[in-house]
Design a binder for this molecule. Structure first.
Ligand code: SAH
Length: 514
């Protein structure tokens, strides 16, 4: 039997991008994932599809797993020789009982590897706008649990000693006891005027923060209905919260951005958005339903091999991928395209070709069908053009190619349909108007989103609408959306850049801080 593994992985404070490189690698190899309430749900999708996922925070048969039961579960799967990831919010050794789990595993002789994480107490606060140290303001910090009742005698945390012993005090698990904590610290000698802040769900799309002083913070948090999980921070650094909040620092930071591409295609956009500090909300509006069968693909492969087509024109990355997959499955490969010249509508499609070992001979300056038609026109008179594309695609391109004297053969590859089973939670967030920016990368993402929302896009009324190009923008306008951003160039990077520029130009005037 295999010798098992347990990786004790810190998931970071909430933003799935804040897991470590090692943590993600462990997750991607896991056979069993045992996760906590605070670990990001999106990260669970990184585990292999067949991995067993166990929610350690969820009650089974009406009871939540006790720490002993969790330890036993880790030992059991480890002893069975499995690759187990124990995924914990923040850092596993900061109030996570991770060290107890490691001790239990050591005791049982199961190998355990600790992969630290970004703790909410430091990293979560940073994203929330509060630095735990700042030159000349705070040179020390302490992280304490607020879980123990500060009004009871014999509690674990010595609030009186803490009150004066450190510049910055970060309290975890204290949301329900803000009054008692503030009182205990004041009684311990901390000035009632000391700045304080509470950051709820730091680094997630739901992040909220309130600020006040030691005297007012409990009341301010109550009025704002701040709820767990939240961080309480006391000290002069708390006064930075508003000037260092995400929105004060970067145009897309903290913004919830609706991404409507297919899951397979979304990753570059999602990554680019995360690097802007934004929170991508994934609602794939397209599902590819393959329409090309092996027989049709084999026929095309034979025609390609016979040198029938002078040009093959690709109008999307999906067309490249589906066409080459079908070609491969019917016994062909990239070499089948050896006797045809290749055109790509834009840089994204060109990249997809390059990923399959193919160079585009022609890419128009502007990534739209009209430009592709015009660029191909001088080369195709009397020739035959293969056009692999989606069912129901626009007629502009084939018409332009025919007008230029080519014999055009369209090969229907797939139907881009609205998804059968869209993620309910994201759909609900959209309907509740919780989207700051909506990004559209093709016309069908617009029409399918409309279909998913009962043909009513009014939930996006207050969102910034960003489209990858003019055709998509036109579709969005036809659907009643007011388009704010049309990317130039019509690429993913162009889309993110244009949206940043728009948000930056429209940022509110900086309030004077004195
Ligand atoms: N190991 C975790 C802490 C676990 S204790 C870490 O290193 O972050 C749980 C407490 O952490 C919560 O009650 C809350 O106070 C804090 N916490 C965790 N994630 C948080 C987040 N995203 N925003 C605010 N507080 C968070």
């Amino acid at each position: 039997m295999n010798l098992g593994h347990v990786w004790l992985v810190g998931a970071g404070p909430g933003d799935p991008g804040l897991i470590t490189v090692n943590g993600l690698a462990a997750l991607r190899r896991a056979e069993v994932v045992i996760y906590d309430r605070l670990a990001s749900r999106e990260l669970l999708d990184e585990a292999p599809a067949g991995a067993i996922r166990i929610d350690a925070g969820k009650s089974t048969n009406n009871h939540t797993l006790t720490q002993e039961e969790i330890n036993a579960l880790l030992v059991e799967h480890g002893q069975a020789g499995r690759r187990v990831v124990r995924l914990k919010g923040g850092d596993p050794y900061v109030f996570g009982r991770g060290s107890e789990e490691a001790l239990a595993l050591a005791e049982a002789g199961v190998p355990c590897i600790v992969i630290p994480g970004v703790t909410s107490a430091i990293g979560g606060l940073a994203v929330g706008g509060v630095p735990v140290t700042h030159r000349a303001v705070a040179t020390s910090f302490a992280v304490v649990t607020g879980h123990e009742d500060p009004t009871k005698p014999r509690e674990g945390v010595d609030w009186t000693r803490l009150a004066g012993s450190t510049d910055t005090l970060v309290v975890l698990m204290g949301t329900a006891r803000l009054d008692g904590i503030a009182r205990a610290l004041t009684e311990g000698g901390r000035a009632a005027t000391t700045p304080a802040a509470v950051v709820q769900e730091a680094s997630t799309p739901r992040q909220r923060a309130v600020t006040g002083t030691l005297a007012t913070i409990a009341e301010v948090a109550r009025a704002a209905e701040i709820a767990a999980p939240a961080l309480l921070v006391i000290g002069d650094v708390a006064a930075f919260q508003q000037s260092l909040a995400p929105a004060a620092l970067a145009p897309l930071a903290g913004k919830r951005v609706l991404v409507t591409r297919t899951r397979a295609q979304a990753s570059t956009l999602v990554e680019a958005l995360r690097l802007e500090g934004a929170h991508p909300l994934l609602l794939p509006a397209i599902e590819l339903d393959r329409r090309v069968d092996a027989a049709a693909a084999a026929q095309v492969a034979a025609a390609l091999a016979g040198g029938t087509y002078t040009w093959t024109a690709f109008t999307s990355t999906n067309a490249v991928d589906v066409f080459l997959d079908a070609l491969f499955e019917s016994g062909g490969d990239a070499r089948s395209l050896g006797r045809t010249r290749i055109a790509a509508v834009g840089p994204g499609t060109e990249r997809a070709l390059r990923a399959r070992g193919l160079r585009a001979d022609l890419v128009p300056a502007e990534a739209i069908g009209e430009a592709l038609g015009a660029a191909l026109a001088p080369h195709i008179a009397g020739g035959r053009v293969l056009l692999p594309r989606a069912e129901g695609a626009r007629d502009v391109l084939p018409a332009a190619l025919r007008a230029a004297g080519a014999d055009v053969e369209e090969l229907t590859l797939y139907l881009a349909a609205p998804p059968a089973d869209p993620p309910a939670e994201v759909l609900k967030a959209v309907q509740a108007g919780q989207v700051d920016v909506a990004m559209f990368t093709s016309s069908s993402t617009v029409t399918h989103l409309a279909a998913m929302l009962g043909n009513d896009l009014s939930a996006l009324r207050n969102a910034v609408i960003a489209c990858i190009g003019p055709i998509v923008a036109e579709t969005a306008r036809e659907r009643g959306l007011q388009v704010d951003v049309v990317a130039e160039p019509h690429t993913i990077d162009g889309l993110v850049e244009a949206t940043r520029a728009f948000m930056h130009a429209r940022r509110p005037a900086r309030t004077e801080v004195r």
